[in-house]
Design a protein around this ligand. Structure first.
Ligand code: SAM
Length: 283
């Protein structure tokens, strides 16, 4: 039995090309590769070898474009195994139904989701502005004594799966799924309710900072602000942006921590700043 994908492909794919194989993700029983163009002719052999090495994998897909659009979805092509994109993924003691062709999901955020869940104090109200299929919201409910988690997404497919995931994880007493634009939902229904706001969409976090402030209680609270950063100063521009925005509105911000969540290109990172805000009563 081959122990690695490279070993399984030895003799079937030329050695110099094998070195171009990148890390892949496994979501439930689906593997997602990102094959460079020169490996596309070997896609079938690579997919079958992957299933021999990882015996629980039943489907192999190739991501053929970037994550894009309002719903942050990706274009996938089938390479090997069963023809489906729906699976059940286990993470941090929870289970998540995910349809990779219709919603955003990354197993690489598991550590970050658990980190945030462990910061939540008993009795807190949390608003998650970009909830996807509900992973952060459900893990918070399972790993903390949060009083309530408002969990918003714009994508109807993500909302449907979130509703199912709330049921599967038995957190329906505390996680409230909401379908729609978080800007409108905060303004009309969730204004001033939250002790903590999650903004797990780095592409839009800066545009939605006013919405996050609006969602917080007048006494203030904590925002998890996701952004992009690069060396040599991965956190400085994000911190300056938050400080300047907040002080222009007469509030104060204390940066509690800065972390690299993952790298997406050499020396470029998806970062998170945990920020405590106070003096919000006029917002
Ligand atoms: C990067 S994904 C979130 C992933 C999720 N937090 C997780 O851990 O799997 C961003 C999500 O934001 C949603 N979204 C984009 N614009 C939105 C908006 N204006 N209001 C609410 N949700 C939005 C997308 O549909 C997408 O599911």
């Amino acid at each position: 039995m081959p122990r690695s994908l490279r070993e399984a492909l030895a003799g079937r794919v030329p050695e110099p090309l094998l070195r171009r194989l990148r890390a892949f993700d496994i979501v439930g029983d689906i593997a997602v590769l990102r094959l460079p163009p020169e490996l596309r002719p070997y896609a079938c052999a690579i997919g079958e070898a992957l299933m021999r090495v990882h015996r629980h994998v039943r489907v192999v897909l190739n991501q053929v474009g970037p994550v894009s659009g309002d719903f942050r979805t990706r274009q996938l092509e089938h390479i090997a195994g069963e023809h489906r994109t729906l699976t059940l993924h286990r993470e941090n003691g929870c289970v998540f139904r995910v349809d990779l062709s219709r919603v955003y999901f990354s197993p690489r955020l598991g550590t970050e989701r658990l980190r945030v869940a462990r910061l939540v104090r008993p009795g807190e109200v949390v608003t998650n502005l970009f909830a996807g299929v509900g992973c952060y919201s459900i893990e918070i409910a399972r790993h903390s004594q949060a009083r309530r988690v408002y969990s918003i997404d714009l994508n109807p497919a993500a909302y449907e799966l979130m509703v199912e995931n709330i049921r599967l994880n038995r957190v329906g007493d505390r996680v409230i799924p909401l379908l729609g634009d978080c800007r409108a939902l905060v303004r009309t229904r969730l204004r001033g309710l939250a002790d903590r706001v999650l903004m797990p969409l780095p592409e839009l976090a800066r545009d939605f900072l006013p919405t996050a402030l609006e969602a917080l209680k007048p006494t203030g609270g904590v925002i998890h602000f996701y952004d992009f950063g690069s060396d040599p100063d991965p956190f400085g521009p994000s911190a300056s942006f938050v400080r300047e925005f907040v002080s222009a509105h007469g509030f104060s911000a204390e940066i509690l921590s800065c972390r690299k969540v993952r790298s997406y290109a050499p020396r470029c990172y998806h970062v998170v700043l945990d920020v405590r805000l106070s003096g919000l009563s006029g917002f």
